[in-house]
Ligand binder design. Structure first.
Ligand code: AMP
Length: 277
């Protein structure tokens, strides 16, 4: 596996790839089976697979966990080699943000909902870095996880609206046995805490079950809240929204839906969702 830390090295490598199909998996590292599932999907259909590890400061608010975010580069390199990754791009902050950024990408519709209403600068930070990375890697196909479904949708919009010649693939959420969605932030939790944090998935699953029984949305939310009654949990949001618009729904008419939630478990922010198609 080639490891590049500078844009220049990546640029030189890219020039040698001619018409090869390049698959790209952007990550913030602390790799787990969720990330690896994206790399496996890329390996299946691409001639070259590039993975980036970059903890993107621009998407963290000052009160968030940028400094504490887990950084496990040695273990990550080993996992990437085992998956047959061709290139790891792991730049320093100054390589991606050489000056104080004066240009940012904003999506002004779905980015304002759910995650965006709790983290107002998040999607702008994500889109800005993802666009920079796409321009550097020049992939044909990119891979994103449904675990971060709103991020996936916002990136799909950017690619479509900016006419970028890129295919965006979505990959299903990989979970621990308890149902807890795998996340780099799970490293902050003990084994016992992870069991308890799986309650978020229990609540969303209950919501999905009740939707299928045509229960009304208000009752569904009440039932989900009941499951999350725990002294260690603060609910940020629980929502039943239309999949494409992220608009909250009042009635279920067999449209594609998303049941999404964010909680603070002992101050650690966890998100998850279930898609109903
Ligand atoms: P992150 O390193 O958290 O920025 O995630 C990098 C990519 O991995 C994103 O596309 C995420 O949606 C995806 N991802 C993270 N966790 C999971 C998971 N449990 N299952 C599937 N994909 C995931």
């Amino acid at each position: 596996m080639k490891i590049f830390k500078t844009k220049n090295e990546l640029y030189k490598w890219n020039k040698l790839q001619a018409d090869k199909v390049i698959g790209f998996v952007p990550t913030m590292g602390a790799l787990h089976r969720g990330h690896l599932s994206l790399i496996k999907a890329a390996k299946k259909e691409c001639e070259q697979v590039v993975v980036s590890i970059f903890v993107n400061k621009l998407q963290f608010d000052p009160n968030e966990d940028f400094e504490q975010y887990p950084r496990t580069i040695e273990q990550d390199i080993k996992k990437l080699q085992d998956e047959g990754t061709n290139v790891l791009f792991c730049p320093l902050q100054k390589e991606i943000y050489p000056n104080n950024p004066t240009l940012k990408i904003n999506e002004i519709n779905i980015s304002r909902k759910l995650e965006g209403s709790s983290r107002p600068n998040f999607f702008s930070g994500v889109l800005t870095v993802v666009l920079k990375l796409f321009n550097l890697v020049q992939p044909s196909i990119v891979y994103f996880g449904e675990k971060d479904i709103q991020q996936l949708c916002v990136i799909k919009k950017m690619v479509a609206e900016l006419n970028m010649p890129i295919i965006v693939r979505s990959c299903p959420t990989v979970r621990e046995e308890s149902g807890l969605a795998m996340s780099s932030r799970n490293q902050y939790l003990t084994v016992k805490e992870r069991q308890e944090a799986a309650m978020l998935y229990c609540a969303l699953s209950k919501g999905a079950q009740l939707i299928k029984q045509n229960e009304n949305i208000k009752t569904i939310k009440t039932e989900m809240i009941k499951i999350l009654q725990n002294k260690n949990i603060i609910i940020d949001y629980l929502a039943v929204v239309e999949l494409d618009s992220f608009e909250e729904i009042k009635h279920y008419n067999n449209q594609s839906l998303l049941i999404a939630g964010a909680i603070y478990y002992n101050k650690i922010r966890l998100i998850d969702n279930i898609i109903i198609r």
